[in-house]
Design a protein around this ligand. Structure first.
Ligand code: ADP
Ligand code: MG
Length: 615
């Protein structure tokens, strides 16, 4: 038998590696920005065309490279940052794997120009699909410039896999923001299609934060500071009254590297316990400095999750640091952070302002969660499957519900002397509907009992309505008395401008006002939510975090955002007529059984299930 094992050619190996490191334009931006910071740059410019598909150019004024290094840097595992495995535990730089440039050069056309201080001439290297086509001296500024053109030009499958320009752009912005927030000591700018998106001079952390999120954030930031042997905590927490329903403004940095950390996120929200309404996310920017040996760096190159060795201790320190600063800055009634956190109920001193108690409801609370968890596929089924599975009986169920008088003995089970029976008797002429826990609409049906989640039902109705409006372009608009100006982050602004046509078709009268502002002149007619900010927040929440839908790839997230932003909520008391109307409209929907996010809107209980409860 002949030997069959052979080594892969370098460019194939690099392309395989590239699949891990470079997934989209934003990954290139991240790697090149990190390299510029590692090279000690004090100023970095980013130039993009077509959200980075056509061009990503990053110019720094860092230490530059010699000619051999400029050639070498594209080799796999070529790095100047570590030389032995032990170094892994002392890493202060962002990169160390020596994979990024080799990966980028295998899937794009790259031009590198670099010069070091003290050399008259720099080096220009051109490399395309891992093949060097030019390497010669050239005139160039001190520092390094990478131009990456036509990403994935030689991997069509990957290129097709890229999302719309607005989605790719958002990922690029995220990477830029994360690095810019970690390094306010570096001046940074970004141009996209010849427009200046960011111009961030060197400055303090506060100045950088305001540079990215806008001037209005200045008054919202409460500084957080704490230093212990284990960890130094600095940064800001947003005042709770400015907490939003949109995620995406929560940032942790460990040793200047952006990370995601659910456990530590919990420490922050725990510290704000009682100050936030449910489903609100606080703004925070928390910088943690720890000894590099306390963090596990041995993680996937593109993952932002990290592991700490002393996670619990860091959790407690962070939580009390935030409580302390909220107290110091009188955001919350003074809290004694030495106490057990669970005992932190501040005594009323008679002087501090008393806030009006507010009723909070948790719109995500779902008492059926457990059963959904048991059947995970159920929650996410798409419309087509839903219909085929549940379609057989819903019409019949509806008929019974609407048309026929429902008498207890026709229900197939004899109800005991409970409230249900009383209700049935009270309104025996029409369908019996009543509200349970200001959240569910209950009604007896032939096969037992039907419970409708009022919020999901309404979301479903609105969702299909907005989707239809978007498709037929017939959404009419209700003009606002006063136009409303939305000040947005550049990333959110770009997202909404991209979607403005679709939003108009759904009845939004919205206009780009230059800078990062949008003006809302009218809202979709019949929209319950009259606060444009809340509606837009809800749309942005979906554009950022919603899951795409295969059935309605175009408008799904917008319709979902609008539906969620304007539906009735839990806790809303409904009159009988309103409940009937809701059920009517729900059953007129294509997919009445599920809310637009795929969770149950209707649950039925059979007499058997009910009798189980009486055993
Ligand atoms: P890593 O960052 O993991 O070392 P890269 O592939 O990103 O790997 O870069 C390889 C090497 O190229 C770096 O170690 C560094 O020496 C050099 N290099 C990359 N970018 C720059 C830059 N902007 N300025 C100076 N040197 C750079
Ligand atoms: Mg690198």
């Amino acid at each position: 038998m002949p030997d069959i094992i052979q080594l892969l050619p370098d460019f194939v190996a690099n392309q395989i590696a590239a699949g891990e490191v470079i997934q989209r334009p934003a990954s290139v931006v991240k790697e090149l920005l990190e390299n510029a910071v590692d090279a000690g740059a004090s100023s970095i410019q980013v130039i993009l065309k077509d959200s980075g598909r056509t061009l990503i150019q990053i110019i720094d004024d860092g230490k530059g490279m010699t000619m051999p290094d400029a050639r070498m840097c594209f080799e796999r595992h070529a790095t100047s940052k570590i030389s032995s495995a032990d170094d892994l535990w002392k890493i202060k730089t962002k990169g160390f794997r020596g994979e990024a440039l080799a990966s980028i050069a295998s899937v794009a056309q790259v031009e590198l120009k670099s010069r070091q201080e003290g050399s008259d001439l720099g080096t220009c290297v051109k490399i395309e699909g891992s093949t060097v086509s030019e390497c010669e001296p050239c005139q160039t500024a001190i520092g390094t410039s990478f131009a990456v053109r036509n990403l994935f030009y030689n991997v069509p499958a990957r290129r097709q896999f890229l999302k719309s320009d607005s989605v790719e752009n958002k990922h690029v912005m995220d990477e830029f923001q994360r690095l810019a927030l970690a390094h306010p000591e570096v001046a940074m700018s970004m141009h996209h299609n010849n427009n200046e998106v960011y111009h961030l001079p060197k400055g303090s952390y506060r100045q950088r934060t305001v540079g990215i999120f806008g001037q209005k954030y200045d008054e919202r930031l409460v500084p957080v500071e704490e230093e212990t042997d284990l960890v130094k905590v600095t940064g800001f927490i947003g005042k709770p009254e400015f907490a939003r329903k949109t995620r995406g403004e929560q940032f942790f940095f460990v040793n200047d590297r952006f990370i995601k950390h659910h456990y530590l996120h919990h420490a922050v929200t725990g510290a704000l316990d009682g100050l936030l309404q449910d489903s609100q996310y606080p703004f925070y920017l928390i910088y943690l400095e720890v000894n590099p040996s306390m963090v596990d760096v041995n993680i996937h190159p593109t993952k932002t999750e990290v592991k700490f060795r002393e996670e619990r201790a860091i959790y407690s320190i962070l939580k009390s640091a935030i409580r302390k600063s909220l107290g110091q800055f009188q955001v919350a009634p003074t809290l004694d952070f030495e106490q057990e956190s669970s005992l932190n109920i501040a005594p009323f001193d008679g002087k501090s302002p008393v806030s009006i108690p507010q009723i909070t409801v948790n719109p995500h609370y779902n008492p059926f969660e457990q059963s959904e968890r048991k059947e995970p596929t159920r929650a996410k089924t798409s419309g087509a499957i839903e219909r085929s599975r549940g379609g057989g009986d819903w019409k019949e169920m509806y008929k019974i519900l609407r048309g026929e008088e429902v008498k207890p003995d026709e229900l197939g089970f004899s109800a005991p002397d409970s409230e249900i029976k009383v209700e049935q008797q009270v309104s025996s002429e029409l369908t019996v509907v009543f509200q349970v826990g200001k959240r569910f609409i209950a009604s007896p049906i032939k096969s037992g009992m039907m419970l409708v989640d009022q919020q999901r039902a309404h979301e479903r109705i609105l969702y299909e309505d907005f989707l239809a409006k978007g498709t037929d372009h017939h959404g009419s608009s209700q003009q606002l008395l006063f136009p409303f100006t939305l000040s947005l982050t550049p990333a959110d602004h770009a997202l909404l401008v991209d979607e403005s046509m679709a939003l108009q078709q759904m009845g939004f009268d919205i206009e780009d006002f230059g800078g990062n502002d949008l003006v809302v002149r009218g809202l979709p007619a019949d929209c319950r939510q009259q606060n444009p900010q809340k509606l837009v927040d809800s749309i942005l929440e979906q554009l950022h975090n919603g899951e795409a839908s295969a059935e309605h790839p175009e408008r799904h997230l917008l319709a979902l955002g609008l539906a969620k932003g304007s539906s009735i909520g839990k806790g809303q008391v409904l009159q009988t007529a309103e409940m009937r109307d809701l059920i009517d409209r729900l059953f007129a929907c294509e997919v009445p059984y599920y809310g637009p996010s795929g969770k149950n809107a209707i649950v039925t209980l059979t007499p058997e299930e009910l009798s189980g409860k009486f055993d």
